[in-house]
Design a protein around this ligand. Structure first.
Ligand SMILES: C[S@@+](CC[C@H](N)C(=O)[O-])C[C@H]1O[C@@H](n2cnc3c(N)ncnc32)[C@H](O)[C@@H]1O
Length: 390
């Protein structure tokens, strides 16, 4: 009883309550260790409640506004003042990035015009955007809504204009897993853009780290029969070869996350497949550990030029404080693996793409002095259990 009283006393202290009772912490509570299938906003149309949740993020949109402002500031705006600056918001949703782009432009206080194209494929979001374009005084005469997949955008949609800045938020918890590269590269290569078109984001990097968590592993095995989200049971093979978005709680990242791969816009290679071997930095841990899978995160450079730069990140080493739009992604191991003291962990990860599908394959190797001690099988070969649809 005295122990319980002591815990209650600690819990009531201001410095603890200030961390645990924030709006963000309260919002996150129902999601703790609860596995969610990653969204597929390219294949599916998001519901309004999803957009509403995104729009509550106090950090993401402010960062985007800063990035658009910096991009505008570095552009050569003197060449032809009769031509408007053209911004295309690719995947506009209900328009928060349209609003932030206009605000960034107004912040500059320059005697130029701006034309914003809100590109969106979700018909119900388009209805909302059209109403905003008609009724919001900040949008009137500035915003044109185009109901299209950004991969099909053509010059007619833009009244013959070329895009100066593409603003998009097509990022998933692992950076590229909502197929931002598959959407942005064709747009940037199209007749709608020039070699000086700026993409915000310019670059994103995926990160991986091993995670020790019986809880996450058990939750993943339960997806085989009783998924939380009421979806169809997956069966054991699929359940353990599927990645899940999760706000981790009863989980411990055992090594510092390491970069896995990156995508640049404009792209430096048209190949969207990736292969990475990620060697985890040896830990000075006191004993053996067991790992149950990998945690994926990302950082994104929204804009960078010279001294100016603006980024967002959910990778723990560089987390954008207060941003809650993304939780990490969990890649389970079919069976946990033991990492004896003094041994190292390496991870192999592949991003593969074929016939309208993108998928990840992953495995881990435990080794010491060049000798393999244990190895997981390759999970999800040929995307047999999980993939993202283009
Ligand atoms: C993650 S939401 C972001 C919405 C909004 N920009 C925001 O930040 O709240 C991504 C949006 O992009 C749209 N989208 C995804 N892929 C697209 C594509 N290829 N063409 C047009 N819209 C797309 C989705 O329908 C969704 O509205």
């Amino acid at each position: 009883m005295s122990y319980l009283q002591y815990i209650r006393h600690l819990r009531a202290r201001d410095e603890i309550a200030n961390v645990l009772d924030t709006e963000e912490a309260t919002m996150e509570t129902p999601y703790l260790d609860s596995l969610q299938r990653p969204l597929q906003p390219l294949k599916d149309h998001l519901e309004f409640s999803m957009y509403e949740t995104f729009e509550k993020d106090p950090v993401k949109y402010a960062k985007y506004q800063e990035a658009v402002y910096l991009a505008l500031k570095t552009m050569d705006l003197t060449s032809d003042s009769s031509k408007p600056i053209v911004i295309a918001v690719a995947g506009a949703g209900r328009g928060p990035l349209v609003m932030r782009s206009i605000q960034a432009f107004r912040q500059l206080q320059i005697p130029l015009k701006i034309q914003v194209y809100a590109l969106e494929k979700n018909p119900s979001a388009v209805v909302y955007l059209e109403s905003m374009a008609q009724h919001n005084p900040l949008w009137q005469g500035i915003v044109t809504v185009v109901n299209t997949d950004v991969r099909q955008l053509n010059q007619d949609h833009l009244h013959g204009r070329k895009i100066d800045i593409i603003v998009s938020e097509l990022l998933g918890s692992f950076g590229d897993n909502e197929l931002s590269p598959e959407c942005l590269d064709p747009l940037l290569a199209s007749e709608c853009c020039t070699s000086s078109t700026i993409s915000i984001p310019m670059q994103y990097t995926s990160f991986l780290a091993p995670v020790s968590s019986c809880r996450l592993h058990t939750e993943a095995t339960q997806q085989a029969q009783v998924p939380h989200d009421g979806a169809q049971p997956l069966g054991m093979q699929r359940a353990m070869e599927t990645s899940y978005v999760v706000r981790t709680h009863s989980a411990s990242q055992t090594h510092i996350e390491q970069p896995c791969w990156k995508f640049d816009h404009p792209c430096t290679t048209s190949n969207k497949e990736r292969t990475a071997r990620v060697d985890m930095a040896p830990e000075s841990s006191s004993g053996p550990i067991t790992i149950h899978g990998l945690l994926g995160t990302f950082t994104a450079v929204l804009f960078a030029k010279g001294e100016s730069s603006c980024d967002i990140s959910i990778a723990p080493h560089h987390f954008s404080k207060g941003m809650f739009s993304w939780f990490p992604i969990y890649f389970p191991f079919r069976e946990p693996i033991r990492v004896p003291e003094g041994s190292n962990v390496s991870v192999k990860m592949w991003r593969k793409t074929m016939e309208g599908r993108v998928w990840y394959e992953w495995c881990a190797i435990v080794h010491r002095k060049g000798e393999i001690i244990e190895m997981t099988p390759i999970h999800n070969p040929n995307g047999r259990s999980s993939y993202v649809s283009m």
